[in-house]
Design a protein around this ligand. Structure first.
Ligand SMILES: Cc1ncc(COP(=O)(O)O)c(C=O)c1O
Length: 334
């Protein structure tokens, strides 16, 4: 059968990630919960000053920056942004200057720990802002200042989520389908979703790979309601489809988001997040962070306990990284 993913090979890509990432069983966590057989896709091991999902996106985004003749990149996020840290590390690796717009003001900029420490170490310039996602006003202002100084900035969007970035996760689904010959298929793919690019890439990849309709590609939201996220993911998925020359278009029914684990909001660590971080570490020696992967795992743990993913089903948890931030959440975890 012809490879449905070949259109990807014609698009510019800079190799940054350690691929393929392993897929491993989680037998002790599965036995402890007493439901589905749980496996993990180790996208926390992609590399770039630790790792995480942004490394795959940056393979395409940095290629775009290079094609545009940029000498610096700008991106934005929270003070403990994994995306900002990975972008800064990618920029260092290919010799671009990195400018990070990070949110702190009106409070004092936080101590350089976790991702922020790595931002400093890889040489990023940090621009503190009061603005929240998508940070467009401050990004535009920093871009103007850089242009005035004679630089050629390239803006990488919040979360790396645009048509180019999401291609990293179309590629990831291609990688999974090759690995599935060994580890078998799953009833559900579960992951943290926030700016939506990871989910859009997986949805488009699942379509191209013709995964069975009953196989769930389920994003556990860590920040936004499903009403906000679903249209965003649909739009991103379709922008990616267009780039790949596919005539398929996703609709809201193709995008599954569970927003029941938001608690008191983004990065406000709750008891379920804490339990997930500790269970993954105790049972599997696996580090997850309380903001993204721990919260998504908390959702998965709850769904297993409720019997939604019961005995006899198989679930793949995409570990999208985040543990570089752990030190910054020590007070909430210990
Ligand atoms: C560790 C981690 N997991 C998941 C996500 C969510 O990915 P996306 O923004 O593509 O929805 C992020 C985003 O920053 C992240 O840092």
């Amino acid at each position: 059968m012809a490879d449905p993913f070949t259109a990807l090979d014609a698009l510019p890509r800079v190799r940054l990630a350690h691929l393929p990432t392993p897929i491993e069983p989680m037998p002790r966590l599965s036995a402890h919960l007493g439901g589905a057989e749980l496996w993990v896709k180790r996208d926390d091991q992609t590399g770039l000053a630790t790792g995480g999902n942004k490394t795959r996106k940056l393979e395409y985004l940095i290629a775009q920056a290079q094609q545009a003749g940029a000498d610096c990149v700008i991106t934005a996020g929270a003070a403990q942004s994994n995306h900002a840290r990975q972008t800064a590390a990618a920029a260092a690796k290919v010799g671009l200057e990195a400018h990070l717009v990070l949110r702190a003001l009106p409070s004092e900029p936080p101590a350089p720990i976790g991702n922020l420490l790595i931002d400093h170490l890889v040489g990023a310039a940090i621009h503190w802002t009061e603005e929240s996602a998508p940070y467009s006003a401050t990004i535009a202002q920093v871009a103007d200042e850089l242009r005035t100084a004679g630089k050629r900035p390239y803006v990488i969007p919040y979360g790396g989520s645009n048509a180019w970035g999401l291609l990293g996760y179309v590629q990831a689904m291609r990688e999974f389908t090759a690995q599935a010959r060994e580890c078998g298929h799953f009833d559900a793919h579960i992951f943290a979703t926030s700016s939506g690019g990871t989910q859009a890439g997986l949805v488009l990849g699942a379509h191209l790979a013709a995964l069975p309709a009953e196989c769930q590609v389920l994003g556990i939201s860590v920040s936004d309601t499903a009403d906000e996220l679903v249209p965003r993911v649909v739009e991103l998925t379709n922008a990616g489809a267009e780039l790949l020359g596919s005539t398929w278009r996703a609709s809201a029914e193709d995008v599954q988001v569970n927003d029941r684990y938001l608690g008191e909001g983004y990065a406000v660590v709750n008891a379920a997040d804490r339990e997930a971080v500790r269970l993954a570490a105790h049972m599997e020696g696996l580090l997850v962070d309380p903001v993204y992967t721990g919260r998504a795992l908390a959702g998965l743990i709850d769904l297993v306990r409720q019997g939604v993913f019961g005995h006899g089903t198989r679930v793949l948890f995409w570990h999208t990284g985040g543990y570089a931030a752990l030190g910054a959440f020590a007070d909430a975890l210990v």
